[in-house]
Design a protein around this ligand. Structure first.
Ligand code: NAD
Length: 511
């Protein structure tokens, strides 16, 4: 048999995408409310376009407060039956969702590429990871309610957890399918019903998820999806009195807005926000492995990744040599069509995001840094929102390019003298999501890990996700943790029950 070439895979991906896109253009995207696909009450819609060539992919229902109200009511009326369903049954249904996702994994991958511009080499695994999210939490349905037994002399004290109620999940456009399942799967496993508001720049796979969940047999109203603009549908969701909590992934400034919007109805919030994460490379590190990880953690997923290591802190003695090797690697990164398996960097999600990312080239230059590689938009296939992978050197820690989240394939390099200075620079930003440390000295690795103000730290490793571990950030990077039991703590209320042994003295008043 002939060897399958990257060109063959590219053609196969395009062939797979074509009928799906045709169907999408014909059907458009509606809300999923109470198990029915619905237009907006207002009749309003918007167009979603591909970042590859600006082609309209679908007309999407533009939800407002009325649609959110219908969805919240559907979630509220489905809640009791879902909450009280035996855990074994919920587990079975959530595994069926995982099966349905796996069955359509290749379709999900190509649709995600065309809708977001993410390269197929990364998106090929996104649906599989999404299915794993469902399986992981499905298997924990029964234990979600477990509590503690903390007996005292006079009372038998037990705690248990109960699902908080219908919840809102608001998600961003970077790897939207995987990310949505990361929030929705634990909420459903906990026994909550959900209203999902996906990002307006990437509605396509959220629509597919809603349909797959229905196809898997989840009762109507358990997962509702309302499309629309953040300040309209998103805001209405955070303000709705029937919605008890908001799981949000997005920008830090949006998190602040949501906190204010949710205050009158005392919303519980869980925030996964922005990052400006450091990767610290000491001179005693395995520099080859460190280089691979440095390149991967900023240039994969178009740099549109909250956990990306967008600041490289490099020890002075090895800086020149490391930067030389890094420069060579960045120059050979392959920018191209997202459906081409050879592509490492695809087009950015939207022209507004491209403009934001490109604005940092001037910002960096004006502040006195050097654009060592890249620094321009890129003329890629389809003429879409491509940008050159960019390396910024000669930067100071206080420059804007070293402080602000750019969310694109731009790496800023900052040299440091010693451990103390590395920690000071690493912590000298408003964010605190992840940190990466490369050193051969295990004592130092642990000291630095201890000192870093970040929710997640990898030592001698890139970000490798393990679902039971806590995921989340400190400072402006978030509130709360996801993963394993941490997710259940958010989506559930802990309830204390105290049973008297009948022996304790009760104060007698009014005698
Ligand atoms: P964004 O904050 O602009 O939008 C995220 C979602 O919030 C969208 O669905 C949007 O419609 C909605 N929204 C906007 N305004 C709203 C409002 N007033 N009320 C309610 N909802 C509103 O973020 P984005 O640009 O879509 O995504 C990129 C950001 O997400 C980056 O900052 C990135 O770091 C962050 N992110 C964080 C994590 C994490 O785990 N910490 C993961 C992925 C992305």
């Amino acid at each position: 048999m002939d060897k399958v070439t990257p060109k063959d895979v590219f053609s196969a991906n395009c062939e797979r995408a074509a009928p799906l896109l045709k169907q999408l253009r014909t059907d458009g995207i509606g809300h999923m409310i109470g198990g029915k696909i619905e237009p907006s009450v207002s009749g309003d819609s918007f167009e979603t376009r591909s970042p590859i060539d600006g082609a309209v992919l679908a007309t999407v229902a533009r939800g407002g407060a009325d649609d959110i109200d219908r969805a919240a009511k559907a979630a509220a009326s489905a809640f009791k039956a879902w909450r009280d369903m035996p855990a074994a049954m919920r587990k079975k249904l959530l595994h069926r969702v995982a099966d349905a996702i796996e069955d359509r994994a290749d379709d999900i991958a190509v649709l995600e590429c065309v809708d977001t511009g993410q390269a197929h080499r990364f998106m090929a695994k996104a649906a599989i990871r999404a299915a794993e999210n469902f399986r992981f939490f499905a298997d924990r349905c029964a234990e979600a309610r477990d509590g503690l037994n903390t007996p005292s002399e006079e009372h038998w004290n037990i705690s248990t957890r109960v699902p908080i109620g219908p919840v809102g999940v608001i998600t961003p456009w970077n790897t939207p399918f995987m990310l949505s399942t990361w929030k929705i799967a634990p909420a459903l496993a906990a026994g909550c019903t959900v209203v999902h508001k996906p990002a307006e720049w990437s509605p396509v796979t959220a629509d597919l998820l809603a349909k797959l969940v229905k196809q898997a047999g989840l009762p109507d109203g358990v997962l509702n999806t309302v499309h629309g603009i953040g300040e309209e549908a998103g805001k209405a969701l955070t303000e709705h009195p029937a919605i008890k909590a908001i799981g949000f992934v997005g920008e830090s400034s949006t998190g602040s807005a949501i906190m204010a919007q949710g205050a009158p109805t005392l919303k519980r919030v869980h925030f996964e926000l922005g990052g400006k994460n450091p990767v610290i490379v000491f001179d005693d590190a395995d520099l080859d492995r460190a280089l691979d990880a440095v390149v991967f953690m900023i240039y994969s997923l178009n740099g549109e990744r909250c956990t990306s290591s967008s600041r490289l802190l490099i020890q002075q003695g090895i800086a020149d040599k490391f930067i030389e090797k890094l420069t060579a690697r960045v120059k050979t990164l392959n920018v191209g069509h997202p459906l081409d398996p050879a592509t490492e960097i695809g087009p950015l999600i939207h022209e507004r995001h491209l403009a934001k990312v490109c604005s940092y080239f001037d910002v960096a230059r004006k502040d006195g840094a050097v654009i060592a590689v890249g620094g321009k938009a890129h003329d890629g296939p389809g003429g879409g929102h491509y940008v050159q992978p960019t390396l910024v050197t000669g930067a100071q820690a206080n420059m804007r390019v070293a402080q602000e989240e750019v969310f694109g394939p731009i790496l800023t390099v900052i040299p440091f003298r010693d451990e103390a200075e590395a920690i000071e620079i690493a912590n000298g930003v408003q964010y605190g999501l992840t940190g990466y440390v490369w050193t051969g000295d295990m004592g130092r690795a642990l000291r630095v890990a201890d000192a870093l103000e970040a929710g997640m730290i990898w030592l001698n490793s890139e970000n490798v996700r393990h679902l039971p571990t806590p995921f989340g950030g400190m400072k402006s990077s978030g509130i709360g943790r996801d993963g394993g039991d941490y997710s259940f703590d958010f989506y559930m209320e802990t309830k204390h029950v105290s049973l008297a042994r009948g022996t304790h003295k009760i104060q007698k008043l009014g005698i």
